[in-house]
Write a protein that binds this ligand. Structure first.
Ligand SMILES: [Zn+2]
Length: 352
């Protein structure tokens, strides 16, 4: 393993940001390479701890000559987000300065040539230069996995529709409960940027079968435990073996995958019609009928008429819910995977 440090200039004199990059050298130049990063949203740590357990497995494979492809690991990809605290609260999703989502607006390149990306001395704000740096680190790898998590929920995946079912092996490796298929645009999420240079390759292009690019949602923000970290590291390792990045004859074949596949337009983003304390009547994994009571919002606690019920707009599977128990009018409350298009579906990513 080779460790290097990436340094990014801050936007004011005397400030810099750094993050380590761990590289593992494969023995076969023809084997697929893999890039894995965690915590692009600074407070999403299940991927970080999974990578902590994956690294020794990669080191062992490298030492034993079983690592065929090159692997690059960036355990904590966003030092800007990791340092964003306000009054004891960690806020890692949006850049404090621009209020932009750290996982949007990555450069969408036509070719995998990183030389046109802005360098650190470009007159651009640090988050913009960080995005260019992360993309340049990922380019050249056939497999790119961006490890995130949701608020509360099971392990699931976002996958571009063009990659399905080509990436069913990832869902099987990780034991993902669901796969959400997106079309067209994710507003420049990292996975879209990592795929963009290869997006228009014809189906018969030989490199197509090697490629796997996606956003992994490793459960909820509080699901940071040794047991989850080990099992997620095992899942990532299993996938790298399945794709020929690592050799390991001791692994059993991948199990069949029978999770739920849902295009984004069939996902009900159930929102709060009014603000108030949130009482959930369902947990992630519940199957509900149309009209089932999902949430009671307390708009005037203790008073007659002080409750507002939120019911399921169609039958489906409750995938995730919010950690925050005080909702504002219009806030997302939960994701429900339905079987018909949602009346409130919109183009682009599910969340801002
Ligand atoms: Zn995220």
């Amino acid at each position: 393993m080779q460790k290097t440090i990436e340094t990014l200039s801050g936007d004011t004199p005397g400030t810099t940001f750094q993050f380590p990059v761990l590289r593992f050298a494969g023995t076969d130049g023809e084997a697929p390479g893999a890039y894995l990063q965690g915590a692009l949203h600074g407070n999403e740590l299940p991927g970080v701890v999974a990578l902590h357990y994956l690294v020794p497995m990669l080191e062992r494979a490298e030492a034993e000559g079983r690592l065929r492809g090159n692997v690059t690991v960036v355990p904590q990809a966003n030092p800007l987000a990791s340092g964003q605290h306000l009054f004891q609260e960690h806020m890692g999703r949006y850049d404090f300065q621009s209020r932009g989502n750290f996982n949007r607006d990555f450069p969408l390149l036509d070719t995998p040539d990183a030389s046109n990306l802005p360098s650190d001395d470009a007159p651009l704000a640090a988050p913009v230069r960080l995005k260019a740096r992360l993309l340049s680190l990922a380019l050249g790898h056939d497999i790119v996995l961006d490890l995130h998590c949701d608020d509360e929920g099971p392990s699931y995946l976002y996958i571009a529709r063009a990659y399905w079912p080509h990436m069913q092996d990832l869902a099987a490796s990780l034991g993902s409960v669901a796969v959400l298929l997106w079309d067209d645009s994710s507003d420049g999420a990292f996975e879209e940027a990592a795929w963009s240079p290869y997006r228009n390759l014809p189906d018969e292009d030989p490199s197509w079968r090697r490629r796997a690019v996606t956003t992994v949602e490793f459960r909820g923000q509080s699901d940071v435990t040794p047991a989850f970290a080990r099992s997620d590291a095992d899942g990532l390792y299993r996938f790298l073996v399945a794709r020929g990045v690592i050799e390991d004859a001791t692994l059993a074949p991948l199990p069949a995958w029978n999770g739920t596949v849902t295009p984004l337009e069939r996902i009900e983003m159930v929102r709060a019609p009014v603000g108030g304390a949130v009482l959930y009547h369902v947990v992630p994994g519940d199957r509900v009928e149309e009209g089932a009571l999902l949430v009671t919002l307390l708009t005037a606690p203790g008073e007659a008429g002080g409750e507002r019920e939120v019911r399921a707009p169609q039958a489906g599977l409750v995938l995730t819910r919010k950690r925050q128990r005080l909702a504002r009018t219009g806030d997302d409350l939960l994701k429900l995977l339905g079987s018909r298009p949602s009346a409130t579906a919109k183009a682009g990513p599910l969340e801002s």
